[in-house]
Design a protein around this ligand. Sequence first.
Ligand code: NAD
Length: 357
Amino acid sequence: MAQTIKIGIIGSGNIAGAHLKAYRLMDDVEIVGVADIIPGKADEFIARHELEGVKAFDDHNKLLELELDGVSICTPNVSHHSISVDSLRAGKHVLVEKPMAVTMEQAIEMVQTSKQTDKMLSIAFQPRYDPNMQMIRDIVRSGQLGNVYYVQTGGGRRRGMPKGTFISKQLAGAGALADIGCYSLDMVLNALGYPKPLTVSAMTSNHFGTNPHYHPQASAFEVEDFGMAMIRFEGDLVVNFKIGWAMHMDTLGPTLFLGTDAGLKVTPSGNGAWDGGITSVSLFHDILGHNTESAFPVKQHQINIFYEKIRDFVTAIQEGRPAPIPGSEIIRNQAIIDGILRSSELKREVDIFIPEL
Ligand SMILES: NC(=O)c1ccc[n+]([C@@H]2O[C@H](COP(=O)([O-])OP(=O)(O)OC[C@H]3O[C@@H](n4cnc5c(N)ncnc54)[C@H](O)[C@@H]3O)[C@@H](O)[C@H]2O)c1
């Protein structure tokens, strides 16, 4: 029987329920405490989920005084940084919800603290556990495509703008970029082995969020609902990326990888492949001078990718493995989002600088 892992949950809103649900399916996990900054909210969460013997706190630092192996950080984006740093310093492994942070300074301190404390900092990108996403990653990493020099990715919802903390600049940092753009970038960058971004030229807008016709909280809408960027990477790779919460269009097209030996076309089932919803994966290649298209079998699966994300975190703690989705890698994703926002504000191409950590 594997070692029982003691977990605390910080933030007891929407996504905390999904973390709890996954942990509760595991015989080798004990939920020890829940913290939420709103007094009484953690107690209410504990009561609602009938969590016997679980302690409630309105300050995460009090929770961190408990004997815990790890924490799930399920708070709004703005506090991912401070709570991760406090948790790592308290000797706990961290699974923090996406996006990693709000600023690059925050992301840097998170990675540094993880190194200093030798505790895991894992970012909660569950699409990584989708079998079709894993197939795409394996195809790209196999070298079948040759040297990949161009990628286009992203997508957009026809209408799909969240409310509340997600549209507050101060609490979320960014809008569609931080909410779904980070997944979309992770999909292609993980497949490519997270190349180093060098520069970005980008534009963002919020034509829908600030229009009361399209958003009930238009007067409070402070973030972008659309962003597009041309991102240059080491190795003469360019990524054409776009993401939107709303648009007058059904799709922004497939994700494409163009390589010197073959191209890969990933057609999303919905309006973007960031969540793993895929209808087809096709390889375009040359066989004996013939332009050939080969279809990979798209898997119809019942895998609960959210559960798999949490399970991998727990197993990594038990086995003393590195973070399954390390902050030291996702800092490149964060740096791109940071660069997109800077470039859009300055209306020109900007450098992306990530210090050696
Ligand atoms: N992985 C996914 O599929 C997924 C889906 C939705 C949201 N998220 C991410 O999860 C995070 C939370 O989103 P949500 O929808 O659950 O938001 P939410 O507003 O429903 O819940 C956040 C909770 O955190 C609490 N909180 C705020 N600051 C706190 C602090 N300093 N200490 C303790 N508690 C604090 C709030 O009171 C609230 O109860 C966001 O970063 C979001 O991007 C991830």
